[in-house]
Ligand binder design. Structure first.
Ligand SMILES: [Mn+2]
Length: 321
């Protein structure tokens, strides 16, 4: 029996949470665990806590029961933390972790050095949902649970396209498809579909983008003013970094959006050899080798000036080889 199943079996009241601004893998993982426990352990109670979930994921079973805030100080026997590399990323649900009888983290971020009683971390897994599939009993995974796990894998692999997609990823996706998952619905409606406003802000970000360092680096920033003008929030800007990354000749893409005056959420992607997780870590962030992020202060110009020396160093090492 693995540590995840053992922890679930020993607990009565279980809380599930993930990282701030939950993405597809985080939402899929939390609701996957929710459905798994609901379907197989009717004598246990399970509550999911996440910041508001994007509309496209609302079809996932259990989504309407997700709590967006801590109502009171409830002490859970077990707190399961998913797709989250460090305790500070659980905010505003940190008290769940602090007050729980036992904590377990299941994650695939390379920057996760363990912060729970039990840490199941596999940076080789494409998605936390992929790791969860291996921890769950296949026969006990219902369609509702399978839809959640499949959604998570689709999102963290960019629809089976990123380099983290392995044979195992595809085999697991195949097992989930066998359970009846509607793949085209999930891929189109949760990944590719964009609202008019989302397309507009994508267009704006592309128009405003600039190439630097021999056109090896592309960057774009969206300030709060422009977010307000187009009526978008952080949740509407998910695909922008990927569009920047596939610009011909580019090795590193940087996208920033303003959270509050002179504070930007920065996403970085690389194509071949630059390790952007190292750069994000310097600025207090983290992530994966080819996809990482951090929060930085200053104007967009300050931020680029701060990031560039580190990117340039890695580009130079490669060109010297
Ligand atoms: Mn993930």
């Amino acid at each position: 029996m693995n540590a995840f199943i053992r922890a679930v079996e020993q607990a009565k009241h279980i809380a599930v949470t993930g990282h701030i601004r939950p993405d597809g893998d985080c939402v899929g993982a939390c609701l996957g665990v929710y459905n798994y426990i609901q379907d197989n352990y009717p004598d246990k109670s399970v509550d999911v806590y996440l910041e508001p979930i994007q509309k496209e994921f609302h079809f996932l079973n259990g989504c309407s029961y997700v709590k967006n805030q801590l109502e009171e100080e409830i002490k859970y026997d077990l707190c399961i933390i998913l797709d989250c590399s460090e305790a500070s990323r659980i905010q505003p649900f940190l008290p769940l972790y602090e007050n729980a009888g036992e904590t377990i983290c299941i994650d695939h971020h390379i920057s996760n050095h363990g912060f729970c009683d039990n840490d199941i971390v596999d940076p080789g897994a494409s998605a936390t949902c992929q790791l969860l599939y291996l921890l769950m009993e296949d026969e006990l995974i219902t369609l509702a649970c399978a839809e959640c796990l499949y959604t998570g894998i689709v999102h963290d692999t960019g629809v089976f396209k990123h380099s983290n997609t392995t044979k195992e990823t595809m085999c697991i996706a195949g097992e989930l498809i066998e359970k009846g998952v509607n793949t085209s619905h999930i891929i189109d409606d949760t990944f590719y579909r964009k609202t008019y406003a989302q397309n507009q802000i994508l267009g704006y970000a592309l128009l405003e983008s600039a190439l630097i360092l021999d056109e090896k680096v592309i960057y774009s920033f969206v300030t709060k003013k422009w977010q307000d003008l187009y009526g978008v929030t952080s949740a509407d800007m998910g695909g922008i970094i990927d569009q920047l990354r596939i610009t011909e000749g580019v090795e590193v893409a940087i996208f920033g959006y303003e959270l509050q005056p002179c504070e930007f959420k920065i996403s970085m992607r690389s194509n071949d050899y630059v390790d952007v997780s190292k750069i994000a870590a310097i600025f207090g962030g983290g992530g994966h080798i080819k996809a990482a992020g951090c929060t930085m202060n200053g104007t967009s110009r300050d931020i680029i000036n701060n990031l560039l020396p580190y990117i340039e160093k890695q580009l130079k090492v490669e060109s010297d080889c």
